[in-house]
Ligand binder design. Structure first.
Ligand SMILES: [Fe+2]
Ligand SMILES: [Fe+2]
Length: 356
């Protein structure tokens, strides 16, 4: 079923039948409270995919003005725009086998990367009022995550996550031009990672349209993070890839927790919610695996792949080693890094395991 058209129908139905007394009131804030709805006492939130009024739960855009948040191109000659990077197909067993993992810091540069990630994580959790529960710990009501809070968190994090791959790819591209040397394939993988993170963002934006406050936060974060990462990558690309590897460890943790909350019945609006069409097409989701839960498994698998790729790239000689993810190996019988997740190594491939 085409979830986009279904939701569009639901929206037009809602606009014509909604009682005038219902007042939608959206608070855009990254501090956790994403949406508050006020209405008459008998007003209830609808949760089936057909009447899912919170498709954009952090929106205050007047509904009659909405058609599609980012619709296909309006050009009679164009049907759809193709992507240059087809996503590798993941099997159900593969996406379910992803685990939270941590690569121990082994030298001072690893500690710099890990310390920076921990500082960012602490700062963001503090600003947004987020608390990660310890095993067996029950959080107070204030720290309970709702569907809206998760979406707000995903949108912000994905808007930041798309930066490092683009900066790394851009700087390696410029270095290749400047030094008149081959790059040995790294640029494609880095740009593909940035593209993949942007697809995560676009997917979640089909479920939640950010307001002005969120947009301001994204703008500020991008301005600071892009420039900071740009300078850091000029100084030490190796530490930067380790930093992204640790950042992706946190991303896997975040999506794992969201999946657990969904499976434990704490996110009822997502129980039967279908994945947006953009996700179905991008991940080539099988017909019986197109729910919000399945989507979270796919996104988490991508984050696990970024975790592996960046830890691996950090283990290599940045100037001379070829990109092991775009390499034809002399001995195909041996396990090697690949674009998919069939040989996923949570803590990355060591240099000697690839090239010796
Ligand atoms: Fe992502
Ligand atoms: Fe990622």
């Amino acid at each position: 079923m085409n979830s986009l058209s279904t939701l569009s129908r639901a929206r037009s139905l809602r606009v014509t039948t909604r009682p005038q007394t219902v007042l939608y009131f959206a608070i855009r804030s990254y501090s956790g409270v994403a949406t508050t709805c006020h209405g008459p006492p008998n007003f209830q939130r609808r949760s089936s995919p057909l009447t899912y009024t919170t498709k954009r739960p952090i929106s205050s855009t007047p509904h009659p003005q909405i058609k599609e948040y980012f619709p296909p191109p309006e050009n009679s000659a164009v049907k759809e725009v193709d992507s240059a990077w087809a996503h590798p197909v993941y099997t159900e067993a593969q996406v379910q086998s992803v685990r939270v993992a941590h690569r121990e810091a082994r030298d001072w540069s690893d500690w710099v990367a890990l310390g920076t990630v921990r500082f960012f994580r602490w700062g963001m959790d503090w600003v947004t009022g987020y608390k990660h529960p310890e095993p067996g710990q029950q959080l107070s009501e204030r720290f309970k995550m709702t569907e809206q809070k998760w979406l707000t968190r995903f949108v912000f994090l994905e808007s930041v996550a798309g930066v490092p791959g683009m900066v790394g790819g851009m700087l390696r591209h410029l270095r290749s031009l400047r030094k008149m040397k081959r790059d040995n394939g790294w640029i494609e993988t880095l740009l593909e990672e940035a593209f993949n993170e942007r697809m995560h963002l676009l997917t979640f934006l089909k479920l939640a349209e950010p307001g002005w406050f969120m947009r301001l936060m994204v703008l500020g974060a991008q301005g600071v993070f892009f420039n900071g990462f740009f300078l850091a990558y000029l100084i030490s690309p190796r530490i930067c890839h380790r930093f992204v590897g640790y950042l992706e460890e946190e991303a896997v943790l975040t999506y794992t927790r969201a999946i657990q909350e969904l499976e434990n019945g704490h996110l009822p609006d997502w129980d039967k919610l279908e994945a947006p069409e953009i996700a179905v097409q991008y991940w080539k989701m099988p017909e019986d695996k197109r729910t919000m839960r399945d989507l979270l498994f796919y996104v988490r698998a991508d984050e696990a792949k970024h975790r592996e790729v960046n830890h691996t790239l950090s283990n290599l000689n940045q100037a001379v080693d070829p990109n092991p993810y775009h390499t034809e190996y002399r001995n195909p019988a041996r396990d090697h890094p690949s674009r998919g997740i069939e040989n996923l190594k949570a803590t990355g491939w060591e240099r000697e395991d690839i090239f010796s």
